[in-house]
Design a binder for this molecule. Structure first.
Ligand SMILES: [Zn+2]
Length: 508
């Protein structure tokens, strides 16, 4: 009996110290690979100093330098040998942003036509790599032998981020880094009273976080990651720079001397009869454009304006005032070298049966703008609900039929995101994923991955998991990009929310 027990002990010890078989489990990659991925789960390639990395980039032989810096930053300071090889078009998917990423026989190959393609290959690599087990502090990573061929099917992929006073700078930067990690190529950054204008410091909060220096810093970070930050400024309604139901107005709550620039009732609209208002708007638009490094696009808002209430706006032809005002701002944006973007809902009339069920806020006055606008304006059509039963989005079709470039802008309805992104792929639209006040809400771990995958080019349902599986995947990615975000080592900045218990956690 004793003898048997001893043998049992010996066997179990032996089992405990036996080297486990290496078997790689392919993770959920976000955005989902749109073309093809193959891998061998039992053959590994190690990311350490012995790794050879071949970089083939048609546009940018110096892409190798970018790869070198990021491998060191993302993979425990590793400095593998980087070999620049001539670009070959073999087995490359179509498109400027396509890439092929493969690992085999102890080396890694990144191939792309453009630097952005190389960047995307690296984003995928980061999601696939696992820290090796036989170490105390992580510096070595492992991947299986694999090949990924991938490409976006929508060229314009933007994430709209709101810089509320309640959102820290660290969290804004963190989200920009996440947008890049999820292969968005644009971030539309909307200041909610936090941009510190030098010309008009009264427009905004005294302690607003987005100083010019900070905007420049964020633009530089985004550019390095292949993302253009598109500045945003509300030039018509939403002039209070707050969510109106909060009762707040970033100017008039403390500065009654500026009342004449805004409509008397609440100050929600800029006053279009006061030429000083347009002067201020142009000044701030110019400042924002410069602060973000003179990008090629500028978003002028233009959703949800109130009817006029000042005697001059009420006494005049408000439609003409609106058209003249918005056209002048659009022309100013062009002069800055940028293409104007705007929301769609004031351009179509409320009550028109053609748009029933869709987002419509236009009046007889505001829809006249559409008759006179130049066709280079990009119309951002927002719709946050479940897909229509017939699968048709008549407002987007309407703007397209008039010759405008149209973006579909979903929010947090997962079926809606999936359907609208599919519509965008089918009809050649762009995608603007909105986040609004839900950046620190429970839904964030589902709708952002859905937006990213839909924008990149895959059907999300049923390809992406839901609930727990998606939360832990998104949480891992969110944490990874947090590692290079300054300020993210403070408790309130970690995770999706500032706190983990309390009444405000993840509530809508
Ligand atoms: Zn007025």
């Amino acid at each position: 009996m004793k003898y048997i027990v001893l043998i049992t002990c010996f066997v179990s010890l032996n089992v405990a110290f036996a080297k486990p078989h290496w078997k790689y489990k392919w993770p959920t990659v976000i955005p989902s690979v749109a073309d093809r991925a193959e891998f061998d789960p039992e053959k590994k390639v190690v990311i350490d100093a012995s790794l050879k990395v071949f970089v083939e980039c048609a546009e940018h032989p110096s892409a190798a330098d970018w790869v070198k810096v990021k491998i060191s930053a993302w993979f425990g300071g590793q400095k593998p040998s980087i070999v620049v090889t001539p670009y070959t078009d073999v087995l490359m998917p179509a498109g400027e942003e396509a890439y092929v990423l493969s690992a085999k026989d102890g080396h890694l190959t990144l191939r792309a036509r453009t630097l952005n393609g190389i960047r995307f290959a690296m984003m995928t690599l980061r999601q696939l790599a696992q820290p090796a087990r036989n170490q105390f502090k992580t510096s070595v990573y492992e991947i299986p032998e694999f090949t990924v061929r991938d490409r976006p099917q929508t060229p314009f992929r933007a994430m709209h981020i709101c810089a509320f006073p309640e959102i820290s700078l660290s969290r804004i930067e963190h989200t920009i880094r996440l947008a890049a990690y999820y292969k968005f190529n644009y971030v539309i950054l909307e200041s909610w009273g936090v941009f510190r204008s030098k010309k008009h410091p009264w427009y905004g909060l005294k302690d607003g976080k987005l100083t010019v220096a900070e905007c420049r810093r964020l633009a530089t970070i985004a550019k390095d990651l292949g993302v253009e930050i598109i500045p945003f400024f509300n030039v018509f309604g939403h002039a209070c720079a707050t969510r109106a139901w909060s009762g707040k107005n970033v100017v008039l709550d403390s500065r009654p001397e500026y009342q004449s620039l805004f409509e008397p009732l609440y100050g929600f609209n800029w006053c279009l009869s006061n030429p000083n208002a347009r002067r201020v708007i142009c000044d701030i638009v110019g400042e924002l454009h410069k602060a973000f490094g003179r990008p090629k696009h500028f978003h002028i808002g233009c959703d949800e304006a109130d009817p006029p209430t000042c005697a001059e706006c009420c006494g005049g032809d408000y439609g003409k005032l609106v058209a003249d005002h918005v056209l002048a701002i659009q022309e100013y944006v062009r002069k800055l070298g940028a293409r104007p973007m705007m929301w769609h809902d004031l351009l179509i009339k409320r009550g028109d049966p053609r748009w029933r069920g869709f987002e419509v806020n236009g009046t007889d006055a505001t829809v006249r703008l559409l008759d006179v606008m130049k066709k280079d304006v990009i119309i951002c059509d927002w719709y946050y609900n479940a897909p229509p039963k017939n699968g048709i989005y008549p407002t987007m079709d309407y703007f397209r039929s008039l010759g405008y470039t149209v973006m579909t802008c979903p929010w947090d309805n997962l079926a809606g995101i999936d359907a609208q992104c599919g519509y965008a792929r089918k009809h050649g639209l762009g995608i603007v994923g909105t986040t609004w006040n839900h950046l620190m809400q429970r839904q964030v771990y589902e709708f952002i991955p859905y937006q990213a995958s839909g924008a990149w080019g895959s059907q999300c349902i049923p390809a992406l998991p839901r609930g727990y599986s998606l939360r832990v995947t998104y949480g891992t990615h969110w944490r990874q990009v947090g590692w290079e975000t300054p300020g993210n080592d403070v408790y309130a900045e970690t995770g999706f929310f500032t706190d983990q218990i309390g009444t405000s956690i993840g509530e809508r």
